[in-house]
Design a protein around this ligand. Structure first.
Ligand code: ADP
Length: 267
C-alpha cells in the first residue's frame, strides 16, 4: 500500500489556515462545546479576523444548536462543502457533521472505520478559504475521532482542554494530557469551566464547589502545562448557548463574568 493520496489533498486545503486548535475534554457536560463556540465568537469579534469552527462530534454534534444554524442546508459547490457563516460580520465559518445527518433527532451509531472515513472526507471536502483560526470541537474523552483528526489534520498548533473543578473531572484531564503527549500534540493549556457562579443579584462570583475551585490550576502546575483561566457559571453564557448566539448578542459589549474570562483566554 502506497501513501494515502488524501493526505496531500488535505494538506493543500489547509495551506491558508492559520492556527489550528483542538478543544478536548475528559468528560461530557463540562461545557467543551460551549467554550469552543463562545471562544470562536470571541475571536471573531474583530471583523478582520477569519475564524472557522469545525464540529467533529459525530455522535453528538451540538455546534449547530450553539450557533443557531440547525436548519441550515450546507451547499456543495465546485470548491467543496461551503461552511455556514454566522456573527454580525459573517466572519465565523461553521461546519458540523450535524448538517449532513439525515434526521436531526437520529442517534448516529457508527463504528471506528466509518467515523475515520467521514472525518477524512470532512477535512478533504470542506472549503474554508482563508482562516486565521480553526477551532475544532471534538467528542469527550479520546476516541476514534481524535485519532483521525490527529492523523489527517496537518500541523495542529495544539489542544485546549476544558474541565470542571471537581477531582473526578481533573482525573480525566490528566488522561487527556497524557494522550496529547503520546500523539505529539502540544497542550496549549487547560480551562476550568463552571468555576464558581456569577450571582445575578450581586454580580459577585461565588465558589459553589468550595474548596475544589482552583484544582485545575494546581493540576497544571503539577503536570507542567499552562493554565489558561477559569470561566464562571454565568447566565449570560447559558442564554447565549440556548439562543444559538454569541455572548455579545446577549450582554452587549460589556464583558464581565464569563465573557470577560473568555476574552482573557482568547488573548
Ligand atoms: P460538553 O460539550 O462538554 O458536553 P456543553 O458545551 O454542551 O458541554 O455544555 C452543557 C451546558 O452547559 C450547555 O447547555 C451550556 O449552555 C451550559 N454551560 C456551559 N458552560 C457554561 C458556563 N460557564 N456558564 C453557564 N452555562 C454554561
Amino acid at each position: 500500500q502506497g501513501p494515502d493520496p488524501d493526505i496531500a489533498v488535505i494538506a493543500e486545503r489547509f495551506q491558508d489556515i492559520g492556527k489550528k486548535i483542538l478543544v478536548l475534554s475528559g468528560k461530557g457536560g463540562v461545557g467543551k462545546s460551549s467554550v469552543s463556540t463562545q471562544l470562536a465568537y470571541t475571536l471573531s469579534r474583530d471583523p478582520d479576523v477569519q475564524v472557522g469552527l469545525l464540529d467533529i462530534d459525530i455522535c453528538g454534534p451540538s455546534v449547530p444548536t450553539l450557533t443557531g444554524t440547525m436548519d441550515e442546508e450546507v451547499e456543495r459547490t465546485a470548491q467543496g462543502w461551503q461552511p455556514v457563516y454566522v456573527g454580525p460580520d459573517r466572519n465565523l465559518a461553521v461546519m458540523s457533521i450535524g448538517y449532513l445527518l439525515p434526521s436531526k433527532n437520529d442517534a448516529v451509531i457508527w463504528r471506528g472505520p466509518k467515523k475515520n472515513g467521514l472525518i477524512k472526507q470532512f477535512l478533504r471536502d470542506v472549503y474554508w478559504s482563508q482562516l486565521d483560526y480553526l477551532i475544532v470541537d471534538t467528542p469527550p474523552g479520546t476516541s476514534d475521532e481524535h485519532m483521525s483528526i490527529v492523523q489527517y489534520l496537518p500541523d495542529i498548533d495544539g489542544a485546549i482542554i476544558v474541565t470542571t473543578p471537581q477531582e473526578v473531572a481533573l482525573a480525566d484531564v490528566r488522561k487527556e494530557i497524557n494522550f496529547c503527549h503520546k500523539v505529539g500534540l502540544p497542550v496549549i493549556g487547560v480551562v476550568e469551566n463552571m468555576s464558581g457562579f456569577v450571582c445575578p443579584n450581586c454580580d459577585k462570583v461565588h465558589q459553589i464547589f468550595k474548596p475544589t475551585s482552583g484544582g485545575a490550576a494546581k493540576m497544571c502546575a503539577d503536570m507542567d502545562v499552562p493554565f489558561l483561566g477559569a470561566i464562571p457559571l454565568d447566565g449570560v453564557l447559558t442564554e447565549a448557548c440556548d439562543k444559538g448566539s454569541s455572548w455579545a448578542e446577549v450582554a452587549g459589549d460589556k464583558p464581565t463574568g464569563g465573557p470577560k474570562a473568555l476574552i482573557d483566554i482568547a488573548e
